[in-house]
Ligand binder design. Sequence first.
Ligand code: FPP
Length: 283
Amino acid sequence: MSGAPSDNAERAEGWTSLRPRHVAIVMDGNGRWARARGGLRADGHRAGVGPVRVVIQECVRRGIGALTLFAFSSENWGRPRDEVMGLMSLFVESLEAEIPELHAQGVRLRFIGERVDLDARLRASMASSEQTTAANERLALQVALSYGGRSDILAAARRLALQVERHQLCAEQIDEPTFAAALALGGLPDPDLFIRTGGEQRISNFLLWNLAYTELYFTERLWPDFDAAAFEQALRHFAVRQRRFGLTGEQIQAGRASGEALGSPSGDGAPEDERRDVDPAGG
Ligand code: FPP
């Protein structure tokens, strides 16, 4: 991907000084969007596929390395049966339709959540799309399906407890990086930016551990109306925030001046300044 002219214009404006490495999104408002048009909730979910495509393309174009989308929570199983069935069919259909394009764009797709809850056809599509895209490196795309943040933490705790039981690990060795690695997003940096559409201001059991220091952005816009301009607006809000990770503003400024690494407390990677104007094309 070569730098599009708009990338250069954005840089000249200076607002891309801080680009998130990882964006997490709660895609809310499909039902209200459909109802407002006299349609069924299912129409809203179907209309929600377009913005998913747009956000993926925007992440690829802008050199954002990771994107995690909350498509179906463990609590969503309680919705009316026809809505749940409709969503499951939509996931299979979208996966089968979109994989060639995602693969061509260099997207590595993975799913997080309780796979055993999902039907066999969907699980087969998930496994095959993960396999097809496994070697791609441009964008790590995680889709959360039947996912809950508390279950994710519990599963990690169980996994580590089992290792202790088998004498593969000492309890004292369980520190934050070890615990984080046992979670569903293990190996990825924590999200820098969390976006929720649809006007509600809550996390709803998404990525509870990983969002500890994430910048939160809420918009009234309903998910089917979320477009490239709305995504850019969220990125602009992110770009002007000062991330302090529990330190003072003065410490952060002083660290920047001296080039000292002031990363997140989870030790997830590069100091913020290293993320300036990242160009995946190396330009
Ligand atoms: C929440 O809106 C949305 C969902 C539970 C489903 C999200 C699914 C999509 C965006 C479809 C496409 C996704 C993929 C990964 C292909 P809501 O129904 O709770 O809206 P409401 O709050 O207005 O009722």
